[in-house]
Ligand binder design. Sequence first.
Ligand code: MN
Length: 247
Amino acid sequence: MKKRTFLKVSTIAAAGSIILPLGCTTETQNSEEKANKQSVVQEFTLPDLPYGFDALEPHIDKRTMEIHHGKHHAGYVRKLNAALKGQEQIAGKSLEEMMGAIGPEQTALRNNGGGHYNHSLFWKMMSPNKSEPKGDMLSVLKSAFGSYDEFKEEFANAAKTRFGSGWAWLATDQNNKPIVLSTPNQDNPLMGKIVGKTHYPLFGIDVWEHAYYLKYQNKRGDYINNFFDLINWEAVTKRYFDRVLKR
Ligand code: MN
Protein backbone atom coordinates (compact mmCIF):
# COMPACT_ATOMS: atom_id res chain seq x y z
CA MET A 1 0.00 0.00 0.00
CA LYS A 2 1.36 3.40 -0.88
CA LYS A 3 1.71 5.67 2.07
CA ARG A 4 3.37 9.00 2.49
CA THR A 5 4.76 9.86 5.85
CA PHE A 6 5.75 13.33 6.85
CA LEU A 7 6.65 15.10 10.04
CA LYS A 8 4.93 17.98 11.71
CA VAL A 9 7.07 19.91 14.13
CA SER A 10 5.50 22.48 16.39
CA THR A 11 7.39 25.70 16.95
CA ILE A 12 5.02 26.96 19.62
CA ALA A 13 7.20 25.81 22.52
CA ALA A 14 10.23 27.70 21.27
CA ALA A 15 8.22 30.89 21.03
CA GLY A 16 6.54 30.18 24.39
CA SER A 17 9.82 30.21 26.27
CA ILE A 18 10.20 33.86 25.33
CA ILE A 19 6.72 35.17 26.05
CA LEU A 20 5.68 33.10 29.08
CA PRO A 21 5.69 35.05 32.37
CA LEU A 22 7.69 33.99 35.43
CA GLY A 23 6.31 31.02 37.33
CA CYS A 24 5.45 29.04 34.21
CA THR A 25 8.80 27.31 33.86
CA THR A 26 7.40 23.80 34.31
CA GLU A 27 4.70 24.30 31.70
CA THR A 28 7.24 25.62 29.27
CA GLN A 29 9.43 22.58 29.73
CA ASN A 30 6.45 20.24 29.20
CA SER A 31 5.40 21.89 26.00
CA GLU A 32 8.99 21.81 24.75
CA GLU A 33 9.12 18.08 25.45
CA LYS A 34 5.90 17.56 23.53
CA ALA A 35 7.17 19.54 20.59
CA ASN A 36 10.42 17.60 20.48
CA LYS A 37 8.52 14.30 20.19
CA GLN A 38 7.33 15.34 16.71
CA SER A 39 3.90 13.94 15.91
CA VAL A 40 4.09 11.60 12.92
CA VAL A 41 1.11 11.96 10.60
CA GLN A 42 0.59 9.53 7.76
CA GLU A 43 -1.38 10.32 4.70
CA PHE A 44 -2.59 7.70 2.26
CA THR A 45 -2.46 8.33 -1.48
CA LEU A 46 -4.41 6.96 -4.41
CA PRO A 47 -2.31 4.25 -6.10
CA ASP A 48 -2.02 4.36 -9.90
CA LEU A 49 -3.69 1.59 -11.84
CA PRO A 50 -1.13 -1.03 -12.97
CA TYR A 51 -2.60 -0.79 -16.53
CA GLY A 52 -4.51 1.71 -18.65
CA PHE A 53 -8.13 2.68 -18.03
CA ASP A 54 -9.18 0.82 -21.19
CA ALA A 55 -6.99 -2.25 -20.55
CA LEU A 56 -9.76 -4.40 -19.09
CA GLU A 57 -12.15 -3.89 -22.00
CA PRO A 58 -14.42 -5.39 -23.11
CA HIS A 59 -15.19 -6.84 -19.66
CA ILE A 60 -14.85 -3.56 -17.77
CA ASP A 61 -15.20 -0.41 -19.88
CA LYS A 62 -12.88 2.58 -19.81
CA ARG A 63 -15.45 5.06 -18.46
CA THR A 64 -16.32 2.78 -15.54
CA MET A 65 -12.64 2.44 -14.69
CA GLU A 66 -12.06 6.20 -14.85
CA ILE A 67 -14.95 6.95 -12.51
CA HIS A 68 -14.31 3.98 -10.25
CA HIS A 69 -10.64 4.81 -9.72
CA GLY A 70 -10.62 8.59 -10.10
CA LYS A 71 -13.83 9.37 -8.20
CA HIS A 72 -14.86 6.45 -5.97
CA HIS A 73 -11.44 5.17 -4.86
CA ALA A 74 -10.05 8.72 -4.65
CA GLY A 75 -13.00 9.64 -2.42
CA TYR A 76 -12.29 6.80 0.00
CA VAL A 77 -8.64 7.90 0.26
CA ARG A 78 -9.61 11.53 0.89
CA LYS A 79 -12.20 10.67 3.52
CA LEU A 80 -9.87 8.13 5.19
CA ASN A 81 -7.21 10.82 5.60
CA ALA A 82 -9.81 13.18 7.04
CA ALA A 83 -11.06 10.50 9.46
CA LEU A 84 -7.51 9.82 10.68
CA LYS A 85 -6.93 13.41 11.80
CA GLY A 86 -6.51 13.43 15.57
CA GLN A 87 -6.58 9.61 15.85
CA GLU A 88 -2.89 9.13 16.52
CA GLN A 89 -3.21 5.64 17.94
CA ILE A 90 -4.69 4.21 14.76
CA ALA A 91 -3.04 6.64 12.35
CA GLY A 92 0.40 5.12 13.07
CA LYS A 93 -0.63 1.71 11.75
CA SER A 94 -0.20 0.27 8.28
CA LEU A 95 -3.42 0.00 6.27
CA GLU A 96 -3.47 -3.78 6.79
CA GLU A 97 -2.96 -3.48 10.57
CA MET A 98 -5.65 -0.82 10.65
CA MET A 99 -8.23 -3.23 9.21
CA GLY A 100 -7.88 -5.52 12.22
CA ALA A 101 -8.07 -2.63 14.69
CA ILE A 102 -11.26 -0.97 13.41
CA GLY A 103 -14.40 -1.60 15.44
CA PRO A 104 -17.99 -1.58 14.19
CA GLU A 105 -18.70 1.88 15.64
CA GLN A 106 -15.84 3.59 13.81
CA THR A 107 -17.97 4.25 10.76
CA ALA A 108 -15.73 6.65 8.83
CA LEU A 109 -12.62 4.49 9.25
CA ARG A 110 -14.57 1.32 8.52
CA ASN A 111 -16.12 2.59 5.28
CA ASN A 112 -13.21 4.61 3.92
CA GLY A 113 -10.32 2.54 5.27
CA GLY A 114 -12.08 -0.54 3.92
CA GLY A 115 -12.78 1.26 0.65
CA HIS A 116 -9.10 2.15 0.21
CA TYR A 117 -7.84 -1.33 1.14
CA ASN A 118 -10.39 -3.19 -1.00
CA HIS A 119 -9.91 -1.14 -4.15
CA SER A 120 -6.10 -1.14 -3.88
CA LEU A 121 -6.21 -4.95 -3.82
CA PHE A 122 -8.89 -5.13 -6.54
CA TRP A 123 -6.79 -3.23 -9.13
CA LYS A 124 -3.65 -5.25 -8.37
CA MET A 125 -5.32 -8.63 -8.67
CA MET A 126 -6.76 -7.98 -12.13
CA SER A 127 -4.89 -8.11 -15.41
CA PRO A 128 -5.71 -7.57 -19.10
CA ASN A 129 -4.10 -10.96 -19.79
CA LYS A 130 -6.36 -13.92 -19.23
CA SER A 131 -4.86 -16.61 -17.01
CA GLU A 132 -5.77 -19.68 -14.99
CA PRO A 133 -4.34 -21.09 -11.76
CA LYS A 134 -1.48 -23.52 -12.37
CA GLY A 135 0.85 -25.88 -10.50
CA ASP A 136 0.82 -25.61 -6.71
CA MET A 137 -1.89 -22.94 -6.72
CA LEU A 138 -4.18 -25.18 -8.72
CA SER A 139 -3.49 -28.03 -6.31
CA VAL A 140 -4.36 -25.82 -3.34
CA LEU A 141 -7.65 -24.81 -4.99
CA LYS A 142 -8.45 -28.41 -5.93
CA SER A 143 -7.92 -29.62 -2.38
CA ALA A 144 -10.23 -26.89 -1.06
CA PHE A 145 -12.96 -26.84 -3.71
CA GLY A 146 -12.58 -30.03 -5.76
CA SER A 147 -11.70 -28.29 -9.02
CA TYR A 148 -11.13 -24.83 -10.50
CA ASP A 149 -14.64 -24.91 -11.96
CA GLU A 150 -16.13 -25.72 -8.56
CA PHE A 151 -14.20 -22.81 -7.05
CA LYS A 152 -15.60 -20.52 -9.78
CA GLU A 153 -19.12 -21.69 -9.08
CA GLU A 154 -18.82 -21.05 -5.35
CA PHE A 155 -17.18 -17.65 -5.85
CA ALA A 156 -19.75 -16.56 -8.45
CA ASN A 157 -22.55 -17.66 -6.18
CA ALA A 158 -21.17 -15.63 -3.25
CA ALA A 159 -20.89 -12.57 -5.53
CA LYS A 160 -24.33 -12.98 -7.08
CA THR A 161 -26.13 -13.52 -3.76
CA ARG A 162 -24.49 -10.61 -1.88
CA PHE A 163 -27.57 -8.45 -1.36
CA GLY A 164 -27.01 -4.77 -2.15
CA SER A 165 -23.42 -3.48 -2.13
CA GLY A 166 -20.36 -5.42 -1.10
CA TRP A 167 -17.61 -7.80 -2.10
CA ALA A 168 -17.02 -11.53 -2.60
CA TRP A 169 -13.59 -12.85 -1.67
CA LEU A 170 -11.16 -15.67 -2.05
CA ALA A 171 -9.37 -15.64 1.30
CA THR A 172 -7.32 -18.02 3.43
CA ASP A 173 -8.15 -19.30 6.88
CA GLN A 174 -5.77 -19.87 9.82
CA ASN A 175 -4.54 -23.11 8.21
CA ASN A 176 -3.85 -21.45 4.84
CA LYS A 177 -6.87 -23.16 3.37
CA PRO A 178 -8.63 -21.05 0.72
CA ILE A 179 -12.24 -20.19 1.42
CA VAL A 180 -14.89 -18.12 -0.35
CA LEU A 181 -16.83 -15.53 1.58
CA SER A 182 -18.58 -12.22 1.09
CA THR A 183 -18.86 -8.98 3.08
CA PRO A 184 -21.29 -6.06 2.88
CA ASN A 185 -20.40 -2.47 1.93
CA GLN A 186 -16.64 -1.86 2.27
CA ASP A 187 -16.02 -4.43 4.99
CA ASN A 188 -13.37 -7.08 4.30
CA PRO A 189 -12.10 -10.37 5.76
CA LEU A 190 -9.31 -8.64 7.72
CA MET A 191 -11.84 -6.76 9.85
CA GLY A 192 -12.04 -9.41 12.55
CA LYS A 193 -13.74 -7.09 15.06
CA ILE A 194 -16.53 -6.48 12.55
CA VAL A 195 -16.94 -9.69 10.55
CA GLY A 196 -16.30 -12.01 13.51
CA LYS A 197 -13.31 -13.99 12.27
CA THR A 198 -10.16 -12.77 10.54
CA HIS A 199 -9.25 -14.17 7.14
CA TYR A 200 -6.57 -13.04 4.74
CA PRO A 201 -7.99 -11.81 1.39
CA LEU A 202 -6.26 -13.01 -1.78
CA PHE A 203 -8.59 -11.13 -4.10
CA GLY A 204 -12.11 -9.82 -4.20
CA ILE A 205 -14.74 -8.76 -6.69
CA ASP A 206 -16.48 -5.44 -6.16
CA VAL A 207 -20.21 -5.96 -6.64
CA TRP A 208 -21.26 -2.39 -5.90
CA GLU A 209 -23.34 -1.14 -8.84
CA HIS A 210 -20.69 1.55 -9.50
CA ALA A 211 -18.34 -1.29 -10.52
CA TYR A 212 -20.47 -2.50 -13.44
CA TYR A 213 -23.67 -0.54 -13.96
CA LEU A 214 -22.66 1.62 -16.96
CA LYS A 215 -21.98 -1.48 -19.06
CA TYR A 216 -24.07 -4.23 -17.47
CA GLN A 217 -27.00 -2.38 -15.83
CA ASN A 218 -28.98 -5.02 -13.88
CA LYS A 219 -26.95 -7.95 -15.22
CA ARG A 220 -24.60 -8.44 -12.28
CA GLY A 221 -24.23 -12.11 -13.20
CA ASP A 222 -22.66 -11.30 -16.60
CA TYR A 223 -20.13 -8.98 -14.95
CA ILE A 224 -19.24 -11.70 -12.43
CA ASN A 225 -18.86 -14.41 -15.09
CA ASN A 226 -16.55 -12.14 -17.13
CA PHE A 227 -14.47 -11.28 -14.06
CA PHE A 228 -12.88 -14.75 -14.17
CA ASP A 229 -11.06 -13.69 -17.36
CA LEU A 230 -9.52 -10.76 -15.46
CA ILE A 231 -8.08 -12.50 -12.39
CA ASN A 232 -4.31 -12.10 -12.29
CA TRP A 233 -3.44 -15.64 -11.17
CA GLU A 234 0.29 -14.92 -11.16
CA ALA A 235 -0.24 -12.14 -8.61
CA VAL A 236 -2.76 -14.20 -6.60
CA THR A 237 -0.35 -17.16 -6.49
CA LYS A 238 2.49 -14.93 -5.26
CA ARG A 239 0.22 -13.37 -2.63
CA TYR A 240 -0.89 -16.79 -1.40
CA PHE A 241 2.58 -18.31 -1.14
CA ASP A 242 4.12 -15.15 0.37
CA ARG A 243 1.46 -15.42 3.04
CA VAL A 244 2.05 -19.12 3.65
CA LEU A 245 5.82 -18.66 3.90
CA LYS A 246 5.45 -15.82 6.42
CA ARG A 247 3.81 -18.15 8.93
MN1 MN B 1 -15.89 0.14 -5.88
